[in-house]
Ligand binder design. Structure first.
Ligand SMILES: [Zn+2]
Ligand SMILES: [Zn+2]
Ligand SMILES: [Zn+2]
Length: 497
């Protein structure tokens, strides 16, 4: 009968029949159903430092599996749905606590002026677009009555109505007219454009108010959290929550004159003044490309609940959290490095992405772009910045959120093992772990995904109960036993403003 099953199902059943399956499945639950977990060999010894009494010995050699599983911790949904879901949740809490308080941030922060701003790249050539009218109906892409053609004989207009998921969206009308060099160089400098913007914003505010920057610093502080997103045309753009606080950050009220319109004006002026030349100007050298933000900077106030002209804090937090788990793959490219230019022709990417990748490799050879690691970041279409960054005082940190989770798990494990309290200074733990491989083996991926889905369902039910006013129950306790999760630093960086 088993011969009628698909190879994957058969592999999953074979895995389930193995003697170590029950223990392995518990471990995979402890990783949240990670899609590419890391296997570790090693041991951990817990003893009383004063008496030398050994309280607990854990060795992977004693495990039925022979190893311990830990989660990969990858933020990208395309790489690991389980770990990225955790990252998304954490990012949501990080953003929302900076908008309405919580996680150590006072609730008064909800009254501070703040906006949700979107910074976009300029145009590098016409691309097919999904456009909608006021009634929500899809409009023609680029209607032109006179049907003009470009110098390559291609139509400059397009009368089709592209739906949002149409693969044509974001693809150039004429690949020969499209400025691939400009697009790739813009991506390569997008992180620097953002950095210079954050530097320019406080001085622009000071100028608008007619005070010196040092004076402003005594009364006002700027906080932000930003996320990078790829548009269909392969260019990154940034979404940022930008907030005005008093001198001590979210715990202190901003002065009365710090308002949303002032912040809005300062953001637009600061962004407009930034220009980055791609190389030094020299009389016989190649022409210098000047990079700047596109004109379409969108700034909207953030309200606690949805408002006519603004956006709601929950929507902003969900939006940022969603994009924090995406990479360049949403622009039709691949989510890992390309080592050889010869591989580019074989990649399963859109033609537009392929041309951007080739342009990265081509520009990388030119002396004026030697300082840019375009080759290493070709799969990112030139962008090499962080996907999410925040200023130090925005709210809590992902590190603190992870630590709280790790502490909770350690406490559960301690109770299961009957070990002394963690703050007992006499208790000393020594551990030694070695890498023993990663990813799932024969028949395991099925069960890992099953675990991930069960955990996601349990979380969803718990969240719905919370919303409905019933006390949220803890997820069914997973007997994690002695499993530990190694949390790694991910793609979020702290910046100081
Ligand atoms: Zn993972
Ligand atoms: Zn079109
Ligand atoms: Zn053309």
């Amino acid at each position: 009968m088993i011969s009628h099953l698909s190879p994957d199902t058969r592999a999953a059943l074979e895995r389930a029949a193995m003697p170590d399956f029950a223990r392995w499945q518990r471990m995979v639950y402890a990783t949240g159903g990670c899609a590419q977990p890391v296997r570790l060999h090693g041991e951990r010894l817990t003893f009383n430092g004063a008496t030398g009494e050994i309280l607990d010995i854990y060795r992977t050699a004693d495990e039925p599996t022979g190893f311990l599983l830990t989660a990969c911790g990858n933020r990208r949904a395309s790489r690991c749905p389980a770990c990225s879901a955790v990252y998304k949740d954490d990012t949501y809490h990080l953003i929302i606590s900076g908008l309405r308080g919580g996680k150590g941030v006072p609730e008064d922060v909800g009254g501070h002026p703040r906006v949700f701003a979107t910074f976009t790249a300029p145009s590098f050539g016409a691309v097919h677009a999904h456009r909608t009218g006021r009634d929500g109906k899809t409009l023609p892409c680029r209607p032109r009555r006179d049907s003009p053609v470009c110098q390559h004989g291609r139509y400059e207009g397009c009368g089709r109505r592209h739906e949002r998921d149409d693969p044509q969206v974001g693809q150039p009308l004429c690949v020969s007219c499209y400025d691939y060099q400009g697009a790739v160089l813009w991506n390569a400098h997008a992180g620097e454009l953002w950095r210079r913007f954050t530097q320019a914003l406080p001085s622009t505010l000071a100028r608008l108010l007619g005070v010196r920057r040092a004076v402003l610093r005594e009364t006002l502080r700027l906080s932000y959290a930003k996320v990078a997103e790829y548009q269909a045309r392969g260019l990154v753009h940034f979404h940022a929550v930008i907030r005005l606080d008093g001198p001590d950050g979210p715990t202190s009220p901003p002065p009365d004159w710090a308002t949303v319109p002032l912040l809005d004006e300062a953001i637009r002026q600061a962004a407009a003044q930034i220009v980055i030349p791609t190389s030094e100007k020299s009389p016989d050298g190649p022409p210098v490309v000047l990079l700047r933000w596109g004109d379409q900077i969108d700034v909207r106030p953030v309200y606690v609940s949805a408002d006519l002209d603004g956006v709601s804090d929950q929507r902003v937090a969900s939006y940022v959290a969603k994009y924090a788990t995406k990479g360049a793959e949403s622009a039709g490219t691949v989510d890992r490095r390309i080592h050889d230019v010869g591989d580019v022709t074989r990649l399963d990417v859109t033609e537009h992405a392929r041309r951007m990748i080739f342009t990265c490799f081509a520009l990388n050879r030119l002396p004026q772009y030697q300082g840019l690691p375009l080759r290493q970041w070709a799969h990112m279409l030139g962008y090499r910045g962080h996907f999410s960054t925040k200023s130090r005082h925005y709210s809590t940190t992902l590190g603190d959120l992870r630590q709280a989770r790790a502490d909770h798990r350690a406490e559960q494990a301690r109770l299961i093992l009957g070990l002394p309290e963690r703050d007992d200074r006499e208790t000393i733990t020594v551990q030694d772990w070695r890498y023993a491989g990663s990813g799932h083996r024969h028949g395991e991926a099925f069960w890992a995904d099953d675990a991930r889905q069960r955990i996601a369902t349990a979380r969803k039910i718990a969240r719905e109960r919370e919303v409905n006013g019933t006390a949220a129950e803890e997820c069914p306790p997973l007997r994690t036993g002695q499993a530990v999760m190694v949390e790694k630093p991910r793609d979020c960086e702290e910046e100081s403003v």
